[in-house]
Design a protein around this ligand. Structure first.
Ligand code: C2O
Ligand code: CU
Ligand code: CU
Length: 568
């Protein structure tokens, strides 16, 4: 008996050692402070698995990028150098910037050149991120490692009793799953099977974060291609939820689960003071609780009983509860940091009342018509007809939004799978979510606040309200599915925010448009108009049906709605 115990103990110790040995130290991304940020996109390598060299990309390093700390109101200069050998762009996801500073697919950074936008930080304190957005290359560049966090600070947040010492009681978590093959490639387009069965936090597999026994703030980004996480602690204890995509919630909430779709962020505060030093627990993702039709649930697609999503299986995360990050609770190391629960009242945003909206836009999210195979054919339509929905076209402006418009956007979910919808330029407020029978589905805590990404489940209808203020111009902003492979395959469209044209002259001019900017030509035609002439619109692109001459005799407002010119 004694011997038996002894053997058990030894094997227990061995298991313990093996368990401990399998963890890698949490990686804290370095910080860059402004007002000038120098970012160099470069190629590198990593050994995620012993003996296998994987080709990666990073900002100022071989993987991911530094955390950019910005102050609200600050004028910043971003010097972004492209050393990756192919063209790309860098987008400031969630920041409210002018279209030419937004880093969408039109704002290409050629290899060996530097792009230096300058802008004022107009955002609220919160957690944002940056990543490439090149035409058909977003998934590749992001999955190979080009992504980093932006932390905006402001006076409102600074006045609150919250943990905010970076790397001490305030930790970023960039959660990503990647497909890595045995010869060191990272999958992004099906060339390497999409099976995203490698989970990393800040670029580290099996990461362990040592946390002092106190209130710890976690800034979490789902930076994955398509996997949704349903986060919770392994002992199901609660945590405080304090911020959504666009900053602090008005009031904190106390949660045991937090769902994050790709592109979404949240900030939480975990009361680790409730554990004794030496306790191990995990940040889990309870994929077993996700509804089918969500990448991460048992079935990624529904309605295709005999047609599983390609590359989905085998993957230990599908429909399962699995650890994302290991916590080891340590003795209180920083008695000076905040160790009280977050205040009940936090931010001070005012959701826009529905009554202020003057326009409702309907957008249908399609997974590929009736077949839904391979994610090809994913697109966004303006009606329920898949046949009429078009894939992303760089040369086609899809929506022209009058400057300062307040609008409600209605998103209609695909029948077979979820899509995380993202729009540039603005933060929005989610109004409601309905199921296919028009029953209300309550919004979650992470949906009640300022948002720039929203999960749209199969057959759901989700509405949000937003205002397109501060910036206008010809460079388009994007809206798209934040499943990056969907975005690259055409599930993206573009809009510009334009001042209305006041015309009090008549002018004859054939409005031809050019490949990229048909609307710009119209603008200049109207600007150049002289008294007593007629304007003829003959573009075959965005306002094709109106080919008759318009005799303009008084001050009018021209609006482009969808594909037709509306004269008021
Ligand atoms: Cu996170 Cu259009 O992007
Ligand atoms: Cu964005
Ligand atoms: Cu999608």
């Amino acid at each position: 008996m004694k011997n038996y115990c002894h053997i058990l103990l030894i094997s227990f110790c061995l298991i313990q050692q093996a368990l401990q040995a399998q963890f890698n130290n949490y990686f804290l991304p370095p910080v860059l402070n402004g007002p000038v940020y120098n970012l160099n996109m470069q190629n590198g390598t990593r050994e995620f698995f012993p003996g296998i060299t994987t080709k990666t990309k990073g900002f100022n390093g071989s993987l991911l990028g530094p955390t950019l700390i910005m102050q609200a109101g600050q004028q910043v200069t971003m010097n972004v150098t492209n050393s990756i050998g192919e063209e790309t762009t860098v987008h400031w996801h969630g920041l409210h910037v002018a279209p030419e500073n937004d880093g969408g697919p039109h704002t290409v950074i050629d290899p060996n050149t530097t792009w230096s936008p300058e802008f004022k930080v107009l955002d609220k304190a919160g957690t944002y991120w940056y990543h490439p957005h090149a035409h058909e290359l977003t998934a590749k560049h992001v999955l190979q490692g080009l992504a980093g966090l932006i932390i905006v600070k402001d006076a409102e947040e600074a006045a609150l009793t919250l943990p905010r010492t970076y790397g001490v009681d305030d930790f970023p978590l960039i959660i990503q799953t990647k497909a890595i093959n045995s010869i060191g490639g990272i999958g992004y387009d099906g060339s390497i099977p999409n099976t995203d069965n490698n989970l990393m936090v800040n670029g580290v597999i099996n990461s362990q974060l040592n946390v002092p026994r106190q209130m710890i703030r976690l800034r979490i980004l789902n930076g994955s291609n398509q996997r949704v996480f349903n986060l919770g602690l392994s002992d199901n204890a609660g945590f405080y939820h304090i911020a959504t995509d666009g900053g602090l919630k008005n009031t904190r909430s106390f949660l045991t689960r937090l769902q994050l779709a790709p592109g979404e962020r949240a900030e939480i505060v975990v009361p680790f003071g409730n554990y004794s030093a030496g306790t191990r627990l995990q940040l889990m993702s309870y994929g077993n609780e996700l509804p089918n039709g969500t990448w991460g649930a048992k079935e990624a697609w529904i309605n295709f009983v005999n047609l599983p999503a390609p590359g989905y299986e085998p993957n230990y995360m599908n429909g399962a509860a699995f650890p994302v990050l290991e916590f080891l609770v340590t003795a209180l190391i920083n008695p000076n940091s905040v160790n009280t629960p977050p205040p009940f009242t936090l931010g001070s945003y005012t959701p826009i009342p529905k009554s202020e909206a003057t326009v409702t836009r309907e957008k249908w999210l399609f997974s590929g018509g009736n077949n839904g195979t391979n994610g090809t054919g994913v697109r966004i339509g303006e009606s329920s007809s898949y046949a009429q929905a078009t894939a992303f076209d760089m040369g086609k402006l899809n929506d022209t939004i009058p400057f300062n418009n307040t609008e409600i956007w209605t998103l209609h979910g695909a029948i077979d799978q979820y899509h995380p919808f993202h729009i540039h330029d603005v933060q929005f407020y989610i109004l409601d979510r309905k199921d296919s029978l028009n029953n209300n589905i309550p919004l979650t805590s992470n949906e009640l606040g300022r948002k720039d990404v929203v999960y749209v489940g199969p057959k759901e209808t989700v509405r949000f309200i937003t205002k397109f203020d501060d910036f206008h111009g010809d460079v388009p902003y994007m809206y798209h599915c934040h499943i990056t492979v969907h975005e690259d395959k055409g599930m993206m469209k573009q809009f510009s925010v334009n001042k209305m044209l006041y015309v009090d002259k008549n002018h004859t001019l054939e409005e031809k448009g050019d490949f990229y900017w048909p609307f710009r030509t119209l603008t200049s035609a109207v600007t150049a108009a002289t008294d007593g002439t007629t304007i003829t619109f003959k573009s075959s692109d965005i306002h094709e049906e109106l080919s008759k001459s318009l005799l303009i005799q008084k001050k009018i407002i021209l609006k482009i709605r969808g594909t037709s010119v509306v004269v008021q």
